[in-house]
Design a protein around this ligand. Structure first.
Ligand code: SIN
Ligand code: CO
Length: 400
């Protein structure tokens, strides 16, 4: 874990503690020159190449296209790019960190925040004048300018109405005005942090404008409620029924008394008051892969083979977008346990293995041949769990 009191380059020399106390989820912060020692891992034409792949989620927004704020969904072809207007369009590619390992290093600089909150890195390339329109996002985002220049104009949630241009695919605000205190020109290396619901309009100032959006996960309370409900229903006994004791406060047989409601409140509180179960939902949700469809857990044969290879010294890697987190269970007995989450699944293991889990989160490359699996009976199941869930993958030598 990053020392919260150490000045961080990515925060322009601010400590994480000051950032968390004063800005995180509260107000925007413009960080001049926060991105240092960064070699651009991806040119604009390579990003366009990615947007031609069927597996990769991409969009193009053209302000004055076939209709205002035309939005096209990828995958695209050479022809798409050849026929775009000369100016005022933006290409956006989602979850580039999943495909470009170099972007992992950038993500690691945000470890002063919980890693399981970080969602993905979206990369945009815009031609001069390109903008995706004034809008707001419902999650925190760091907008990292990696090349070219952009003008960002930002409004606090109480400075605009949530009223959008009708009949277009995008939710573009129709009443975006300028607050001169939040009107900035940024260049390569600058970072703009925005909390949820701060409206923003970013307009490219040249043809070299690339922005990385580091977005965070923020499930809605509706998602929380339905998720927790499903979890409770998985385990709750159907015989546990509404059984409010009869009350002296009933005015009429048709009257629902406050005591009936109090009973219901108490029962719901009892069901929700299960921290281990809430943690199970949160860990599974936050560790879920961005694209679960591309992440098939290993079958038994594959797992056995990979595990044998691991014990024989084959190099294993933790992919930078493996989503791993853990929770210390509130168990009453002496056998402290942690619930380990990896890409949407979980495993309960001895809390003595916490250090091992943390090491897996910190390191990238592993040689397990010297690992004494007899030191703890939960260690082998844990290593197998990570391999099965592709939190650890075998480094396969390229054929060249
Ligand atoms: C962009 O990169 O053009 C848009 C990013 C955002 O507004 O979230
Ligand atoms: Co945005």
């Amino acid at each position: 874990m990053t020392d919260l009191n150490t000045p961080l380059a990515i925060l322009g020399g601010m400590t994480a503690q000051i950032f968390i106390d004063e800005y995180w989820q509260k107000k925007p912060l413009l960080i001049r020159g926060g991105l240092v020692d960064f070699t651009l891992p991806l040119e604009a034409d390579e990003l366009a190449g990615m947007a031609m792949e069927g597996d990769i989620e991409s969009r193009i927004v053209i302000e004055n296209g076939l209709r205002p704020w035309e939005m096209r969904q990828g995958p695209f072809t050479e022809d798409t790019f050849a026929t775009l207007p000369e100016k005022e369009w933006t290409l956006l590619v989602q979850a580039v960190d999943h495909w470009v390992p170099e972007i992992q290093n950038l993500k690691e600089q945000f470890e002063f925040l919980p890693s399981w909150r970080l969602d993905d890195v979206m990369v945009s390339y815009a031609t001069e004048g390109g903008s995706v329109g004034p809008h707001y996002d419902q999650y925190d985002v760091f907008l990292v300018q990696v090349s070219g220049k952009r003008r960002w104009q930002v409004l606090a949630p109480d400075e605009y109405q949530d009223s959008a241009i009708p009949n277009i695919k995008l939710h573009i605000l129709d009443n975006f005005t300028v607050n001169p205190d939040m009107d900035w020109e940024v260049e390569a290396g600058d970072i703009l942090y925005l909390p949820p619901n701060f409206a923003h309009n970013g307009r490219a100032l040249d043809d070299d404008c690339m922005t990385y959006s580091i977005g965070f996960r923020a499930p809605s309370m509706q998602d929380v409620l339905t998720g927790i409900r499903d979890k409770i229903c998985e385990t709750d006994n159907v015989k546990d029924r509404f059984a409010a004791p009869e009350t002296a406060n009933r005015q009429h047989s048709a009257h629902i008394s406050k005591d009936d409601i109090q009973y219901l409140q108490d029962q719901l509180a009892r069901l929700v008051n299960q921290p281990d179960l809430l943690a199970e939902w949160l860990g599974e949700t936050m560790s879920e892969s961005k694209y679960p469809e591309y992440l098939a857990p290993l079958n038994q044969d594959e797992l056995d083979e990979a595990f044998t290879n691991a014990t024989q010294g084959q190099t294993f890697l933790r992919p930078g977008d493996a989503r791993i987190c853990y929770y210390v269970q509130q168990s009453a007995d002496d056998n402290a346990k942690i619930r380990v989450f990896c890409n949407g699944e979980n495993l309960l293991v001895d809390a003595e293995l916490t250090g091992f889990v943390e090491a897996v989160c910190h390191q990238v490359e592993f040689d397990f041949s010297g690992l004494d699996l007899t030191q703890n009976s939960d260690l082998e199941p844990l290593v197998r769990f990570f391999i099965r869930q592709q939190g650890l993958i075998e480094l396969v030598a390229s054929e060249e």
